[in-house]
Design a binder for this molecule. Structure first.
Ligand code: GTP
Length: 842
């Protein structure tokens, strides 16, 4: 081992100089070297001291340089450093040929403020496949030094592993990621080609090396933002060659001297330390800087790259995984198409379980022989890959299951309700439970064991829709019941209400209300029975604290709470009220009301108290009766205007409902009532005129002088009748018969019958009578009308001709059809005896 103070140290295989301990407490006071990182990857606490006391570098500010060496083990790195910088790094014992440098050593160059680092060689048999330290130490060298001497045999140029290209690739990658920023100082990679023979010019060797470096640079995974970075952005290259140290020792010495100048002599044109390589760390901060760089490197996981064994395991496991996955995909591909077609595969879970297990078993058979950690990781990856593929199918399965279970619910409920809708709630619950159970069973059994598949979200969606459908079904069934009850209410109301309205009694609306209440009460009972099976009341419970809680007792039927039932009953009542409105509206149409008023009028005007038709005689108070009849009809009309009864508690359910409209109590609006009354008055007036006419006719039948004349002329016959017992008996018989007829109230019909017979007789004999000098102009409805003319809307028609009579009949049957048919026509029946004849004569 050469003295560190030697100007040009020739440390030529200083035989087995004692290996330095990594324990800093055993530092040799006289040793100028310091192991800054030991075999345990610990960083020295003594660097600052060494730089200060032994190397005298601390006060140098920026005036110092750092150089490190990189290369395979036992390629003469330490020899080269000692030769170039006069250091005393350990050199390998030729006889033992074992690793010399362990960890990272540092020393100061002689003749320059240059910190030299000797780094443990790469590819050493001592560390085997564990490349961990060589990566870290190489990266460290690259990060802190301005010039990194890459030491290699000439024979290594062009080799990948021999030239440490793989290692450099990793180191470049992490270096780029950890330490390189835009504008960072560059590092010089100084290639020293050892045992240079000269057969291949240095330029060619350099070109090969640059090409190899650029190739590995291109293959780097570059961090974001540095994708386009070139190797030349961060590195510069320098090349030197040295002949064989043993076989051409003179040239070797000569050339190392020359090379030394490039590192030591700042005036040398090939001076290695260009200003742009300097890290700009003041010398006193360098120890801390170096330590922090090391810390960063040892804690970086990116350097934990696999060993060869791991690489092999990765490669093979990937290959096995690929092959097995192909057969797995083939086995499960049928499920996808079936599920896409909307089917639910009930054995999906057990089948995929089996397929997955078989695939794993096959994978295990081949892959378990490789590096255990890698195998287990790859096994997990393989399983995850299968699981991910199947998860899509599982989701499809859940989607289909959702639809199928809902259909099961609908069909199941329909089947249960067939023919009998009793206990709806029980059937609904059963159907719901069946669908729910089916969903849960299939969703659970379809899972792949060990996979973290969850159907919770889908189940929640399904339940929400199921409940929605169940509520809809329930509502549908209740609506059906209410509709049925509405119909029965309508039927129950129709006839009695028609009767009450036609009757038109003063308590008409009271009767209508009673009918309505009866119908509603019976429908309500039925509704409660259907909804609950039996009436359910809230159950009041007084708990120990003295407060009261209300519990709803539910029973089969629709399982409604008492509150729900109240709502439904309310709904029914509102619908019943609507039905009542409809029935009433149908009953108070124009035609019906006109008929009702007419009937009421006629009932008073045309019939007596016993209900017999009146035969008006001149002494009758026709005007008074007419006024009374009209008043009665008026009263009736007014009675119809409003559903005029107090609405009591039974009806409160209706009147308190927000849909209840106070206007619905109005039956006939005031304007409509006015029209109705106007029209009725016209009808009444005509009836009055008709009645008057009948008096006229009656009055015109026998003149008083005829009675006197008959008495005078018939006196003899009268005496003859009284004196003849047979005729007297006959007279008595006729008198008695007449009395009996009058007594039993049949006189009127008999008289009317007689009139009809007489009228017909008169009509038949009209021509003859006319010929006999009695002037009869026409016979109308059994009444002979003499010299009558009719004036309708200004047209005067004669009752003598058929047209006139037809017109008159039409008027009597329906006044509105007369003439133009319009309202307000004036009809005047004028008695103008003798005028007709005069007109004819004219
Ligand atoms: N062929 C050849 N051998 C050399 C040369 N330089 C040194 N050696 C020999 O190579 C052996 C290893 O030298 P070292 O300097 O210890 O090599 P190293 O690379 O520092 O070794 P480690 O520190 O263990 O990695 C020694 O026996 C040296 O004599 C050279 O230029 N050519």
């Amino acid at each position: 081992m050469a003295s560190p103070d030697a100007t040009v140290p020739v440390v030529d295989a200083v035989n087995a100089s004692e290996k330095k301990s990594s324990s800093w407490d055993k530092i040799d006071e006289n040793d100028p070297r310091l192991q800054i990182v030991d075999e345990n990857q610990e960083f020295t606490p003594l660097l600052h001291d060494f730089m200060k006391t032994k190397w005298g570098l601390v006060d140098r500010g920026f005036d110092y340089n750092v150089v490190a060496v990189f290369g395979s083990q036992s390629t003469g790195k330490s020899t080269l450093l000692n030769r170039l910088f006069g250091t005393s790094f350990d050199v390998m014992n030729e006889v033992q040929r074992q690793q010399t440098t362990k960890g990272i050593w540092a020393s100061k160059s002689t003749g320059a403020n240059l910190l030299v680092m000797d780094v443990e060689g790469t590819d050493g048999r001592e560390r085997g496949e564990n490349q961990d330290f060589e990566r870290k130490s190489a990266l460290f060298s690259l990060a802190i030094s301005e010039v990194l001497i890459v030491n290699m045999w000439e024979t290594m140029v062009g080799l990948y592993n021999g030239a440490n290209m793989g290692l450099l690739k990793t180191v470049f990658e992490v270096n780029l990621q950890l330490f390189q920023k835009q504008g960072s100082p560059k590092t010089c990679l100084f290639f020293v080609i050892r045992d240079f023979t000269g057969q291949t010019p240095l330029e060619n060797l350099s070109a090969t090396l640059v090409k190899d470096l650029e190739r590995i640079w291109a293959g780097l995974v570059k961090p974001a933002g540095k994708e386009a970075a070139l190797i030349s952005d961060f590195f510069e290259f320098a090349f030197a060659c040295l002949p064989h140290k043993v076989y051409a020792s003179a040239q070797f010495n000569e050339q190392t001297d020359a090379l030394r100048k490039r590192f030591i002599d700042k005036s040398d044109p090939g001076f290695a330390f260009k200003p742009n390589y300097h890290k700009h760390i003041p010398a006193d901060g360098f120890p801390k800087f170096a330590e922090s760089i090391w810390e960063k490197i040892v804690t970086n996981r990116d350097l934990d790259l696999p060993t060869q064994q791991q690489l092999l395991a990765q490669f093979r496991c990937d290959e096995i995984s690929r092959t097995v996955f192909e057969s797995f995909s083939e086995a499960v591909k049928g499920y996808g198409s079936q599920l896409k077609a909307g089917r639910v595969l009930e054995n999906f879970g057990s089948e995929i379980q089996e397929i997955t297990q078989t695939a794993l078993k096959t994978f295990d058979q081949d892959a378990s022989r490789y590096h255990k950690e890698v195998y287990l990781t790859k096994r997990k990856e393989f399983y995850n890959k299968m699981e991910t593929g199947l998860r899509t199918d599982y989701i499809l399965q859940l989607t289909n299951l959702h639809k199928k279970a809902l259909a099961l619910f609908t069909d199941g409920l329909a089947e249960k309700l067939k023919g009998n809708e009793g206990d709806f709630a029980v059937k609904l619950r059963e159907s719901r439970d069946e669908a729910d159970g089916y969903f849960r069973k299939i969703a659970e059994s379809s899972k792949l064991q060990g996979a973290d598949w969850s159907s919770d979200e889908y189940y929640a969606q399904f339940l929400a829709q199921l409940d929605e459908m169940a509520s809809a079904k329930k509502k549908e069934a209740i609506d059906k019941i209410i509709l049925g009850l509405e119909k029965s209410i309508s039927t129950a109301l129709a006839e009695p209400i028609s009767l009450h309205l036609n009757e038109g009694a003063p308590d008409m609306w009271r009767k209508v209300q009673n009918t309505f209440r009866e119908a509603v009460t019976s429908a309500e009972d039925e509704l409660r029975r259907r909804l609950n099976g039996s009436l359910t009341l809230p159950f009041l419970f007084t708990n120990p604290t003295g407060t009261e809680d209300i519990f709803d007792m539910t029973q089969p039927g629709f399982e409604f709470s008492s509150t729900d039932i109240v709502t439904q009953v309310q709904e029914l009542k509102i619908q019943a009220w609507n039905a009542l409105q409809k029935t009433i509206r149908q009953e108070v149409g124009d035609a019906q009301m006109a008929e009702r008023l007419r009937a009421r009028f006629e009932g008073v005007f045309r019939y007596d108290d016993k209900g017999l038709p009146r035969v008006w005689t001149p002494g009758d108070d026709m005007d008074g009766q007419f006024a009374k009849a009209r008043e009665e009809a008026d009263k009736l009309a007014i009675r119809f205007t409003k559903f005029d009864v107090p609405l009591t508690s039974l009806d409160e359910d209706i009147t308190h409902d927000e849909r209840f409209d106070q206007d619905s109590l109005i039956v006939i609006s005031p304007s409509k009532l006015q029209l109705l009354r106007d029209k009725f008055r016209r009808d009444a007036d005509l009836l009055f005129v008709e009645a008057k006419r009948s008096i006229v006719t009656t009055t015109a039948k026998v003149p008083p002088w005829m009675v006197v004349l008959a008495c005078l002329l018939g006196w003899n016959e009268f005496v003859a009748v009284l004196s003849n017992p047979i005729m007297f008996m006959g007279l008595m018989f006729v008198g008695l018969a007449t009395y009996i007829t009058w007594y039993v109230g049949m006189l009127g019909p008999v008289v009317r019958g007689a009139k009809v017979v007489a009228g017909e007789g008169l009509r038949q004999t009209a021509g003859a009578l006319k010929a006999g000098g009695v002037d009869v102009d026409g016979i109308l409805d059994g009444t002979a009308i003499r010299n009558g003319t009719i004036k309708v809307q200004g047209r005067v028609g004669s009752l003598r001709d058929e047209e006139g009579r037809k017109e008159f009949r039409r008027y009597l049957s329906s006044p509105s059809k007369l003439g133009s048919g319009g309202e307000g026509e004036e009809v005047e029946l004028v008695e103008r005896k003798g005028r007709r004849r005069q007109e004819d004569d004219e």
